[in-house]
Design a protein. Structure first.
Length: 175
């Protein structure tokens, strides 16, 4: 017997959107992803070869870049999203509006002019994602706003959109 058969309602579903990036209009979302693309160029990923660029947008609308910075000790490696959020905080801004992520192996070119959807319907698992630690960091600087947006651009030009409320419903807080 499984506990899942004992009844009760399914109370939460995750909402995501997949969008060809070239259909994203000029505006803060596009600017944020483009900032993450530039930040990826600065990634220090000597050990994994997996380059991550990120960008954090404050509620005031300012954009702060970040990239992964790998260290030979590995445990001291900085994640791109953490770098962007910490840079935002260091610049005097505490609250996020959205965070973008562009991550792929170093040699992989990121397509940004795609306007069609792929034949195979994308799934969340196909996209570079926030690790658990970075989700905690996003939540901590969300001002308890579940609508802070998370965007991830896949190398084939498809953008993934969700919110911190959907991606991280069991938010860790000190009550
Ligand atoms: Zn992370």
């Amino acid at each position: 017997m499984s506990l899942w058969t004992l009844g009760g309602e399914i109370t939460q579903v995750i909402r995501v959107r997949f969008i060809p990036f070239s259909l994203v209009p000029e505006g803060p979302e596009r600017q944020l992803v483009m900032a993450a693309l530039v930040a990826r160029e600065h990634s220090q990923a000597n050990h994994s070869g997996f380059t991550c660029g990120a960008a954090a947008e404050s509620i005031e609308g300012e954009i702060f870049p970040g990239c992964n910075v790998e260290r030979v000790t590995f445990t001291q490696t900085t994640h791109g999203e953490q770098n962007a959020i910490d840079t935002m905080v260091c610049s005097g801004h505490k609250l996020l509006r959205r965070v973008a992520l562009v991550a792929a192996p170093r040699d992989r070119k990121i397509i940004i002019d795609r306007s069609d959807m792929p034949e195979k319907q994308p799934t969340m698992r196909d996209f570079p994602s926030w690790c658990g630690q970075c989700l905690v960091n996003v939540w901590e600087n969300s001002g308890n706003d579940p609508n802070v947006e998370l965007l991830s651009l896949r190398s084939d030009g498809i953008l993934f959109l969700t919110t911190i409320g959907y991606a991280y419903p069991m938010a860790f807080e000190i009550q």
